[in-house]
Design a protein around this ligand. Sequence first.
Ligand code: AMP
Length: 162
Amino acid sequence: MLAKAVTAMLEERQAHFLIPASIVANVQEDNHLDHAFMVLTKVRYAKIPVLDNEQRFKGLISLAMITDKMMGLNGIDPGHLGSMVVKDVMETDVPTITLPYDMEKILHLLVDQPFLVVVDQHQTFTGIVTRREVMKCVNYIAHDLERQYMVTPLPAQQDDKK
Ligand code: AMP
């Protein structure tokens, strides 16, 4: 369980966590891989969300997943990209989060993921929470905790340090 003071300070800032769907680069699951390759190259993000035509979240796709399909016996061959679609190669085993945020879950998941996908109860894509935005908040807590809360070591902790 997270410390109450930390939870309170995270929640105070949680409105800043979401990058809304409207400004998150994405591709559709039926887009051809050559299109996804161009989008990923243009936006310069390592991985982006994949949606269906009703804006529901389906998976993630990265440049590495596409370039893997370009590797042939004689080197790189982009020829196949026009005949495969995003859903053939995307990653689907992806954790998602919902609002209101479960901060403990978010902190756990962000250890391994650079960003988390936010969906509503119908799996509609709401946006992303990036490790970067949460780290800004952790930085704020590390600096401000003792300005807002009295933090004193428990006797057992003091003994441990002797
Ligand atoms: P950042 O913490 O800003 O470097 O973002 C971490 C990751 O989140 C990026 O590498 C992308 O995979 C994803 N990401 C962040 N912002 C966007 C965006 N506007 N559109 C698509 N993906 C994004």
